[in-house]
Design a protein around this ligand. Structure first.
Ligand code: IMP
Ligand code: MG
Length: 177
């Protein structure tokens, strides 16, 4: 799809605020996993920037891996999730932390949690940069949340509209057509 330029309506979250919650999350995670090793799973593509920032605030030994999934809202509210790229390693017995950009309906993460828990990790938690609780369709336990946001479609800081706008350093709400 070709790039269609849209104007920014307003800035929802600025860089300083992002830096602050990323540092807070990294500190909390480092305390919670003290003496353990972490296996971090970056859910592509939206989470790449958050991962890059977050790991610089994590001071326990960690490996990173990438997973790519697409979810389709099917007739049932649960939808289906297709795995485009699976993990490189076996997570059995590992402390696994899924890194998400945003939790919206919760459908994608619900499927991912169900799938990964069948692989017998020692523990399995989620950290998300942004959370839109008002949109939730499936109740999932999101252990670490950077920031709750209202029901608005956001772009920037890795988040896209039709593949574009991920490069914006702040989180913006685009103007309607
Ligand atoms: P869900 O929780 O299964 O509905 O899907 C979450 C995914 O939808 C996220 O990982 C994002 O890729 C995408 N998404 C949800 N809300 C937004 C948004 O406001 N901006 C950009 N992507 C979003
Ligand atoms: Mg995503």
């Amino acid at each position: 799809m070709a790039f269609v330029e849209k104007k920014v309506d307003h800035r929802l979250v600025g860089r300083e605020e992002i830096d602050a919650f990323v540092a807070r999350l990294g500190k909390q995670i480092s305390e919670d996993y003290k003496g353990k090793e972490l296996y971090l799973i970056c859910v592509l593509k939206g989470s790449f920037m958050f991962l890059a920032d977050l790991i610089r605030h994590i001071d326990v030994p960690c490996e990173i891996d990438f997973m790519s999934v697409s979810s389709y809202a099917g007739e049932k509210s649960t939808g289906i999730v297709k795995i485009n790229k699976d993990l490189d390693k076996n997570i059995s017995g590992r402390h696994v932390l899924i890194i998400e950009d945003i939790v919206d309906t919760g459908i994608t993460l619900n499927h991912l949690m169900n799938l990964l828990s069948t692989r017998n990790p020692a523990s399995l938690r989620i950290v998300t940069a942004f959370d839109k609780p008002s949109r939730r369709q499936i109740d999932i336990d999101v252990h670490y949340i950077g920031m709750e946001i209202p029901n608005e479609f956001i772009v920037g800081y890795g988040l896209d509209l039709d593949g574009y706008y991920r490069n914006l350093p702040d989180v913006e709400v685009l103007a309607a057509d």
